[in-house]
Design a protein around this ligand. Structure first.
Ligand code: PEP
Ligand code: MN
Length: 385
């Protein structure tokens, strides 16, 4: 008897839940139509599509009116997703949607015959100090299976009294070392006047943290026809960083890799605060590959291994590390550069399945777009030594 009553109640509750779900769907689509219309009006008036203050005010209003039993975090989570879905639908196909948010950008960076994905490393000295220093470093890195060689040529130093880099001669040394050891090369460009020279000889042009807001430089780099590695500014929001990438993209850059390198925090134990949350957040916002520079974030050698593991685990396509034949005598960033042996030990201690773990993570991220091409290959750039 009791059993039958329960079964009947269950059927009726299920019917209610189904009807309520359909009602919610109808309301959601109704809401999307209104949001779309707002988007059209905003575009016509040249207004930005997104108004975060208004979104926050809406969430506060909803919190105040929420009678439960839906609790505050669950309510916020649901509405956060509804807001995101609305914005995405308005942006898709709109001329003012960011180009760097477009799905066709979902591909790994290729340069100098190599692909920056899997457990890839971008390694090399903070600054190129001599041909011998660079050649020894390139030889050891190539032997370890590293495919991307970095080396500072024009150094943006905080103090004008510090070593400023060797400039143009170092650009040629980098090209030669890359050619000799079969490595793709990367160096930072600090002024529009250097772009032509560097683009002629080097595979990937780097924008340093101090120059992320230098839009004239970004435009010149965008026109250079080379892939660009864009570091996050010292205190840049993710939005500002994406807009800097947009500057590169609209001026012609076809391949851009974003590089998290820590942001200015209040703690002095590390040089900067490494914001690893930017990696999955960016994976939701953009198809551009994202890498992490652990050396400049940490500013010290002893914690680079856990930071490297963590960077790969959250989905970084590559990790940048500074490597020097004799770190203690380095002319810049001596305290954070790794010796050859220390670099090798670090690489060996990074579990090789981290890249596939990161791919799983990337796939699990909520995003309407199909496929996450920058995480498509588990091919490790480091061959097991
Ligand atoms: C660098 O990579 O050489 C460098 C100076 O880094 P950042 O711009 O991130 O400080
Ligand atoms: Mn450095």
């Amino acid at each position: 008897m009791h059993g039958t009553a329960n079964a009947e109640r269950l059927i009726s509750l299920r019917t209610d839940v189904e009807r309520l779900s359909l009602d919610i769907l109808r309301l959601l689509n109704h809401r999307i139509r209104a949001v779309r219309e707002i988007g059209t009006l905003k575009i016509a008036d040249g207004m930005p599509l997104r108004d975060r203050e208004r979104e926050e005010a809406l969430l506060r209003r909803l919190s105040a009116d929420n009678e439960g039993p839906l609790d505050e975090p669950a309510m916020r989570d649901v509405f956060h997703r509804i807001l995101e879905a609305g914005v995405r639908l308005v942006r898709s196909g709109r001329p003012d949607g960011l180009r760097v948010e477009a799905d066709e950008l979902r591909r790994p960076l290729r340069a100098g015959g190599h692909t920056l994905d899997g457990l890839a490393y971008v390694a090399g000295p903070c600054a190129i100090e001599s041909e011998a220093q660079l050649d020894a470093t390139a030889a050891r890195l190539a032997a370890l299976g590293v495919r991307f060689l970095r080396g500072g040529t024009f150094k943006p130093r905080t103090s004008p009294y510090s070593f400023q880099g060797l400039g143009a001669p170092a650009v040629r040394m980098l090209r030669d070392a890359g050619e000799r050891h079969g490595l793709a090369t990367i160096t930072e460009v600090t002024s529009p006047t250097q772009v032509e020279l560097v683009a002629e000889h080097v595979d990937v042009l780097q924008v340093g943290a101090r120059n992320m807001y230098n839009y004239e430089l970004l435009r010149e780099l965008g026109r250079a026809g080379r892939p660009v590695l864009l570091k996050r500014g010292l205190s840049a929001t993710i939005e500002e960083w994406l807009l800097a990438a947009e500057h590169l993209s609209v001026s012609g850059a076809e391949q851009i890799v974003l590089c998290e390198r820590g942001i200015r925090g209040f703690d002095r134990e590390t040089r900067f605060s490494l914001d690893l949350s930017s990696v999955p957040v960016l994976a939701q916002r953009t198809g551009l590959p994202v890498m992490v520079d652990v050396s400049h974030a940490a500013g010290r050698r002893d914690i680079l291994l856990p930071l490297t593991r963590a960077a790969f685990a959250v989905g970084a396509c590559a990790v940048m590390l500074e490597v020097h034949p004799d770190p203690d005598s380095a002319l810049s960033d001596a305290e954070q550069q790794l010796s050859f042996d220390a670099f090798e030990a670090l690489v060996r201690a990074v579990p090789r399945d981290l890249a596939s773990a990161a791919m799983e993570l990337a796939r699990a991220l909520p995003h309407p777009a199909e496929g996450r091409a920058h995480a498509t290959s588990a091919g490790a750039a480091i061959s097991a030594p």
